[in-house]
Design a protein around this ligand. Structure first.
Ligand SMILES: N[C@@H](CCC(=O)N[C@@H](CS)C(=O)NCC(=O)O)C(=O)O
Length: 202
């Protein structure tokens, strides 16, 4: 059975959400988001940097939320939650899927570190401020993209929405989802109504 190493409100939300959407059975290994758990000898054997998520599928250990998502889609998706490979729709899917982690998470990570996670003495307010400014630029891009469609790849919900939905969960927690971005706010509301999202964020 697939084991998911998870901590509340972290990128492991993406993996639990995906498994719930696809009906993949899993065992949740919930960790505290603190060095005592993440940097323990036992967990460093699963993820050498002590980050979440990680999965262990019958001895196959995999890190990186995007890689795990693509692996699970390939193994268990049977074509669900992604457009057909090699099509222009799949190219768009890949763009938004990777935008979520490679581009959008940069400023969100800076906000997380410099407004919330680090001890106050180690925070640099300018980095948090620039993170907010850059995150708003990402939200502007998404606002335009979502002007005429319910999901980022069109009419159908896909795993790109799962990747992005986690970024938007952080935006919500950081107070960045405001009436300045009505389409994005409605999109996040649509995503957060899904039972699989609710299970992953419980
Ligand atoms: N690119 C990685 C990033 C993993 C990551 O940074 N996870 C955060 C939680 S969202 C973490 O575990 N941070 C703990 C730390 O850096 O000590 C992924 O997508 O899985």
């Amino acid at each position: 059975m697939l084991k998911i190493y998870h901590a509340k409100n972290t990128r492991s939300v993406r993996i639990v959400w995906l498994c719930e959407e696809l009906g993949i059975p899993y065992e949740l290994k919930t960790l505290n988001f603190a060095p005592a758990d993440l940097q323990s000898e036992a967990y460093l054997a699963i993820h050498p940097l002590g980050k979440v998520p990680a999965v262990d599928e019958d001895g196959l250990i995999l890190n990186e939320s995007g890689a795990i998502t693509q692996y699970l889609l390939a193994k268990h998706g049977n074509g669900r939650l992604e457009p057909k490979h090699g099509t222009p729709e799949h190219a768009q899917f890949l763009h938004w899927f990777h935008f979520a982690e490679a581009t959008f998470m940069g400023p969100l990570g800076n906000i997380a570190q410099h407004a919330f996670i680090r001890p106050e003495a180690d925070r640099i307010p300018q980095i948090a401020l620039e993170g907010q400014q850059n995150a708003k630029k990402m939200l502007d891009v998404l606002e335009k993209e979502l002007s005429d469609k319910p999901y980022v790849c069109g009419a159908e919900f896909s795993a790109a929405d799962i990747m992005l939905g986690y970024d938007l969960l952080l935006c919500k927690l950081f107070g960045l989802l405001t009436p300045d971005h009505p389409k994005v706010s409605a999109y996040f509301a649509r995503l957060s109504e899904r039972p699989a999202f609710q299970k992953a964020t419980a």
